[in-house]
Design a protein around this ligand. Structure first.
Ligand SMILES: Cc1cc2nc3c(=O)[nH]c(=O)nc-3n(C[C@H](O)[C@H](O)[C@H](O)COP(=O)(O)OP(=O)(O)OC[C@H]3O[C@@H](n4cnc5c(N)ncnc54)[C@H](O)[C@@H]3O)c2cc1C
Length: 478
């Protein structure tokens, strides 16, 4: 509309337009909102009230303050790749999309840090500094599209987190818009142990329930001098599992130690990046070591010795960078590859002590038989971070519910051996009730009280992360 102020029936929509400066900064028509009714957890879908696109911190703060003052529920969204439903607007929230805040603000190689806006895509950071010999270590398989803001909220992990740690180990500072619209700085970038509570640690992994992150200072690392990568095929899952714990107990810390079972190999071979896996093997390990070149051949030899001890059928060592990258493309597209062998799938995310891998994988096999659904396993074996992928067909009546129950049983099996119910994908709405597998009512209430301090009206991403309250009457949870 040129020369005339556009009329919006809903006064909130009009106000959002007034608060934001960018082109087309508000979506509010049903056909536009449909794309925002879920994230990577596609089983539950809810339409937001609107989606707004702020371009800077000031605009985020003004939208948040408006929602706060008008009692409108709201939540942050990055790329929407989250797998536990954290960005699903279950209360008809206003979605504050951070995708237009995607600038790399500063690279400080001397101090090995970079400052990014929250909508900056994870992989772009490495791509923009690798010619200088640096990279950003946390590497979720979704790194080509997920945002660093979303990674902070979920404390994202990745294949190389075994040696280098998860997102929280790489965050040096952040700017946050609190649920009342106040803007705060947390962490003095570069100071390792600040006095007072570890608010950076608290904010990282809080799943967008304590504040909206609008600027992040991250640690960047120098590329290792050399890398070597091995594929090892086993006829028994238990042999592959014992190999994993023995490699670590030998004192070797590979950069990555990943496992796929037979169904997972069938999926990745049917999808976009096949590499000729042995499809009659029961498991394959993808093992990578990195560091200085001296001594690396000996390290690989020690790994191969452990593999042989556990009856490895065949091993391959990557002979070129190109081959190594193909192996990683095959592994990293593993979840999506399930679409090649099943109409639908549900990813789970439990963690167990590594030594319990054989017993828990066999329990998962029994769960698969009980529920009559195939379950593939693609996971960060070195961390004990399992990803059972329950394959199902949502068009078959009752199958979605069976898949959800089977997934929940997998988490119960992890908790039963002293593990927990998420390693990297978060709780969101998906695993709220399973929080009771690992926390008592008192422990859950203590955590809700922390949320109450930051988010007293629970307008920011309410109803996520914790189960429906059974006792905490004073703590309002939508
Ligand atoms: C194929 C595939 C593979 C994956 N592999 C991995 C993996 O290897 N490791 C792993 O850890 N995860 C993995 N994930 C899950 C997902 O990519 C991560 O959780 C990622 O961190 C989410 O980022 P996002 O930008 O998509 O966030 P979104 O999905 O948009 O949001 C996730 C949560 O973060 C909150 N949030 C987003 N931005 C902000 C912000 N700026 N401030 C505060 N809160 C915010 C949202 O409210 C929501 O609760 C995978 C997902 C897919 C689809």
């Amino acid at each position: 509309m040129i020369g005339r102020k556009r009329k919006y029936e809903d006064p909130h929509i009009r106000s959002f337009h007034e608060l934001l400066s960018g082109h087309n900064p508000v979506l509010y028509k049903k056909e536009d909102l449909l794309a925002y009714d879920c994230d990577g957890f596609t089983i539950h879908k809810h339409l937001p009230k609107a989606v707004v696109f702020p371009e800077n911190t000031r605009e985020v703060a003004s939208i948040v303050r408006y929602c706060h003052d008008h009692n409108l529920p709201f939540l942050a969204r990055g790329a929407g790749t989250g797998l536990s439903g954290g960005a699903i607007p279950i209360n008809g929230e206003v979605i504050i999309s951070l995708v237009r805040m995607k600038r790399l603000l500063e690279v400080d190689l001397k101090n090995r840090r970079a400052i990014v806006e929250p909508g900056y895509v994870n992989l772009k950071l490495t791509q923009s500094i690798e010619d200088k010999g640096y990279y950003y270590a946390p590497d979720p398989s979704s790194q080509y599209c997920c945002t660093i803001g979303g990674n902070v909220a979920e404390n994202a992990g990745g294949a190389h987190c075994l040696k280098y740690g998860v997102t929280t180990n790489h965050i040096l500072g952040m700017e946050v818009v609190l649920p009342n619209g106040d803007i705060v700085e947390i962490g003095k970038a570069g100071i390792l142990d600040e006095p007072g509570y570890d608010l950076l640690g608290l904010m990282t992994g809080s799943e967008g329930t304590l504040g909206i992150v609008t600027k992040i200072t991250v640690r960047i690392l120098k590329h290792p001098e050399a890398k070597q990568t091995v594929l090892a095929y086993f006829d028994k899952v238990s042999d592959a599992s014992h190999t994993v714990s023995d490699i670590i107990s030998e004192g070797i810390v590979p950069a990555a130690l990943e496992m796929m079972d037979r169904i997972a190999m069938e999926g990745v071979e049917a999808a976009a990046f096949p590499i000729g896996h042995l499809l009659d093997a029961e498991a394959v390990l993808l093992i990578e070591v990195d560091g200085i070149s001296a001594g690396m051949d000996q390290q690989i030899e020690r790994i191969l010795t452990v593999c042989r001890k556990h009856h490895v059928r065949e091993v391959k060592v990557a002979t070129s960078e190109e081959e190594r990258m193909k192996w990683w493309a095959n592994r990293k597209t593993g979840f999506g590859a399930m679409g090649a062998i099943s109409p639908d799938y549900l990813v789970q995310d439990g963690v167990i002590p590594r030594t319990k891998l054989p017993v828990v994988l066999s329990t998962i096999q029994k769960i698969s038989e009980t529920y009559g659904l195939r379950i593939a396993n693609i996971f960060h074996a070195g961390d004990g971070n399992l990803h059972p992928l329950v394959l199902f067909d949502a068009t078959v009546e009752g199958e979605t519910e069976r898949a959800l129950q089977a997934g929940s049983e997998c988490l119960r099996a992890c908790a039963a051996v002293g593990g927990t119910i998420t390693g990297e994908h978060g709780i969101g709405i998906e695993k709220k009730e399973e929080m009771r597998f690992v926390f008592t009512e008192e422990e859950i209430n203590a955590q809700l009280e922390i949320r109450q301090v930051f988010n007293p009206r629970n307008l920011l991403n309410g109803g996520k992360l914790f189960p429906s309250p059974s006792r905490c009457v004073e703590i309002k949870q939508s």
